[in-house]
Write a protein that binds this ligand. Structure first.
Ligand SMILES: Nc1ncnc2c1ncn2[C@@H]1O[C@H](COP(=O)(O)OP(=O)(O)OP(=O)(O)O)[C@@H](O)[C@H]1O
Ligand SMILES: [Mn+2]
Length: 520
């Protein structure tokens, strides 16, 4: 009798365990899309897909690339924070002393990556797709409709609409603005030259941001300068405790534009008078945080969860202050944005790892989950990975899309304040999406090849693009060098992907031959 009861109990337990397993898997899948915060790396991956055929590749291309690259770059030693100088012992020099010493080694000949160029120019083979077409993807956009926000909302642009309003209403399903859009410069010019009417602190977010109000209901998002350009990310800071850099926002906008993405709102620098253009026109809450520092500079700190106190105040010199001004996203009714959790989000914890950091098959799981299973979204994440790797931004926790355009629309490139912090370090983990999926848009690869082979390098194009910004030079020179270096690293990553896939193709073909022979 007891035995029967215990057996029932066992069965019940087994049933219960089975049910909770199903529920847990469901939760993980939903979490990936809806950001419930369950899959933050605490759990061992339950899916065991085998992506690569060869036995020695259990860790995947991402880890392999990491190892290979580290082995190369470690030979020359770290160039960051050369602090072990007897005269500076005990102090960490973050003012740019980490400029790399001139290397004695001769540079290898320029690799033009002709193998990759061949893949970009090869026509798409619809009938009999080649193995590399799964890596370098050519999109079919022939029947792609691209409505504007104005069309979707059935709004007409009124004759006295401001440049910003026109810009906002001409945002399309595919991009924020068209390649030759004249409104971009007009919107920037307005933000630079219009008088500031009112200032309030933006609520939410972790670090201080101000909403700037100009006449005619024009708004911009302001991030203040905290440090000189040469200041690098503090060595003991994590990506999530790093200070935001106003110039990173400006440079990111220009980079996004010359990459041909056009997914970042226009951003410009501007030099303000902190007294007349902020203190005298701000609301009471912000006004309460103003003070004069011992050096007789005008300062304020606002209220926020990171660095909003007297010891982290924003100070003028004595009352001039530099900052970045981002054109405001649309505020019209029905232009709400959907917030998505980034599948390759980091753990935002000083000890924990995210699932993608330990699971080489992570991409295979993401590929199955809407909206990453169709249309452009996964390719957009690859673009974002390229973009963030170039700037060194590790802070991509969420991204936003315009709800009204549905799922087959671009992710808005927002929040780049934590880029451009470590010019002597290339953070390969930012490339994890690209390396784990082995996937890139053909047009993006083409752009990278053009930067790499000229006639104009990425840094030269960026320098030209930012030449008219009021706070030029926007970036410290080592960041420019880093950009060109990183382009070559991305190209090498794609080459490795293609090589691996071609080896597998050969391996499969050989296996097929072998089978054919044994049957004949
Ligand atoms: N140009 C813009 N116009 C209007 N709203 C914006 C603009 N840029 C960003 N925002 C909104 O403000 C929020 C915070 O901006 P941002 O991410 O740059 O600041 P943050 O302090 O880094 O925030 P968080 O700490 O949440 O990452 C964004 O999530 C976005 O919804
Ligand atoms: Mn942020």
């Amino acid at each position: 009798m007891y035995w029967i009861r215990s057996k029932k109990l066992k069965e019940r337990l087994a049933l219960g365990f089975g049910a909770s397993l199903v529920l847990f898997t469901l939760l993980l899948v939903i979490d990936l899309q809806m950001d419930l915060g369950v899959s933050r790396g605490e759990f061992i991956p339950s899916h065991g897909r085998v992506r690569f055929a060869s036995e020695d590749d259990k860790s995947g291309i991402y880890n392999e690339f990491h190892r290979k690259y580290l082995a190369k770059s470690n030979a020359s030693g770290s160039k960051e924070y050369l602090t072990t100088n007897p005269h500076t012992r005990g102090r960490t020099d973050t003012s740019g002393a980490g400029y790399p010493s001139k290397q004695v080694t001769t540079a290898p000949p320029h690799d033009r990556f002709k193998d990759l160029t061949a893949l970009v120019v090869a026509p798409k083979n619809r009938r009999n797709p080649q193995f590399y077409e799964r890596i370098v993807v050519k999109e079919d956009q022939s029947d792609d409709e691209n409505p504007t926000l104005a069309e979707m909302l059935d709004l007409r642009v009124s004759p006295n609409a401001t440049n910003l309003e026109r810009f906002q209403l001409s945002i399309t399903k595919n991009e924020l603005y068209a390649k030759s859009d004249k409104l971009v410069d007009a919107v920037i010019q307005d933000m630079v030259s219009m008088p500031i009417k009112h200032v309030v602190q933006k609520e939410g977010g972790t670090q201080i941001k101000l909403i700037i109000e100009y006449p005619n209901d024009i708004h911009a998002l302001f991030k203040p300068m905290r440090f000189p350009r040469e200041q690098q990310t503090l060595p003991n800071h994590f990506y999530f405790t790093d200070y935001e850099r106003h110039n990173a926002e400006i440079a990111a906008f220009h980079l996004d534009r010359i990459m041909g993405f056009r997914r970042a709102m226009p951003v410009t620098g501007r030099i303000l008078n902190i007294t007349t253009e902020i203190e005298r026109v701000c609301d009471d809450n912000l006004l309460k945080t103003f003070f004069i520092s011992p050096a007789r500079n005008k300062c304020f700190h606002g209220k926020c969860s990171y660095y909003c106190d007297t010891s982290h105040a924003i100070c003028g010199s004595p009352d001039t202050l530099e900052g970045s001004f981002a054109a405001f996203l649309p505020t019209q009714a029905d232009t709400q944005r959907k917030v998505w959790r980034h599948p390759w989000r980091r753990s935002y914890h000083k000890r924990r790892k995210a699932q993608w950091e330990t699971d080489p098959d992570y991409c295979a799981m993401v590929r199955d989950i809407p909206p990453y299973d169709e249309d452009r979204r996964l390719l957009d994440l690859m673009d974002m990975s390229v973009f963030d790797f170039l700037t060194g931004n590790m802070d991509r926790h969420h991204y936003e899309t315009f709800k009204i355009f549905g799922n087959d629309t671009f992710p808005i490139h927002l929040d780049h304040g934590r880029g451009f912090g470590r010019p002597f370090h290339d953070e390969l983990s930012i490339l994890a999406p690209l390396l784990q999926c082995c996937l890139i848009r053909s047009t993006t690869l083409e752009t990278l090849l053009l930067f790499h082979n000229g006639p104009k390098s990425l840094s030269e194009q960026l320098r030209d693009s930012m030449a008219n910004d009021p706070i030029v030079p926007v970036l410290w020179e080592p960041h420019m060098v880093a950009l060109d270096r990183r382009v070559a690293i991305i190209l090498q990553a794609i080459r490795d992907c293609v090589k691996k896939a071609s080896e597998e193709e050969d391996f499969d073909a050989a296996g097929q031959n072998h089978l054919d022979q044994s049957f004949s």
